[in-house]
Ligand binder design. Structure first.
Ligand SMILES: [Cu+2]
Length: 251
């Protein structure tokens, strides 16, 4: 009796703060900073409503500030999980869920979609980049700017021509280049206006600093991400080189 009753009392006592805490971690504080998270097969998109800024794969947040994620899915169930910052939370089609993020220290926090969501689920990663509040404000200002235009006669300018000729803009927004009516709400690919300001792409599985990875992606996306909604566009080596120069100019 003693060995049963004592543990029961201990567990019952512990369960009270545990359950309270579990619910608190998914609720948003009134003064939290808001970011929308949209799950896609197979990448995460972020929208900062106060600054009207869209980005993908890498969620940039200020340190020591509660950030409230309002999450929804465009297609199937996904699950947002940054193990060092909080527990998991589902992204559900047609239903909003919330999750709180709080980073004490600056740095990169790695995560992975935690719900099987189709062919390339294993290539659906994401990162949180926590920066100082001052750097965060500067980041928002930079992200809100339209894309830089490449100087005439450069390889990047050739890349912009390929970008327009290949109808990349039918799936990707580049502000200042795409039609004024184009919107991330309807386009199916990540916004590329500041592509080069991010460190990783394709569901954070490829790195900008690794030579050859961007070219490999442009050559045939579905070999890297089976089922990818970016098709093989049969680009030539010259077109890929020019596109790469253009994409790298999008700081
Ligand atoms: Cu997923």
């Amino acid at each position: 009796m003693v060995w049963t009753v004592i543990p029961v009392i201990i567990l019952a006592a512990i369960s009270v703060p545990t359950v309270q805490r579990v619910f608190k971690y998914t609720e948003c504080a009134p003064d939290a900073y808001h970011v929308d998270v949209i799950g896609h097969q197979w990448w995460f998109e972020y929208y900062y409503p106060e600054a009207d800024v869209w980005t993908a794969n890498e969620l940039v947040i200020p340190t020591n500030q509660e950030v409230c994620l309002t999450m929804e899915s465009e297609d199937v169930l996904h699950n947002f999980w940054i193990p060092k910052l909080n527990g998991k939370r589902y992204l559900v089609p047609g239903q909003e869920t919330t999750l709180l993020m709080l980073a004490d220290d600056e740095g990169e926090y790695f995560g992975h979609c935690a719900e099987f969501c189709g062919l390339s689920h294993a290539r659906m990663r994401m990162r949180v980049i926590a920066v100082s509040p001052a750097d965060f404000d500067q980041w928002l200002v930079d992200q809100a700017k339209p894309a830089v235009m490449p100087a005439e006669g450069t390889l990047a300018a050739e890349g912009l021509d390929v970008f327009n000729a290949q109808a990349c803009a039918s799936c990707h927004l580049v502000r200042g280049v795409s039609a004024d009516t184009a919107s991330n709400e309807t386009l199916i690919g990540p916004e590329l206006t500041h592509f080069n300001s991010r460190g990783s792409f394709a569901g954070s599985t490829l790195e900008h600093e690794n030579p050859g990875e961007l070219a490999m992606w442009l050559e045939d996306p579905p070999t890297w991400k089976p089922g990818s909604f970016m098709p093989n566009l049969n680009l030539t080596a010259e077109q890929i080189e020019a596109l790469e120069a253009y994409l790298r100019s999008l700081d």
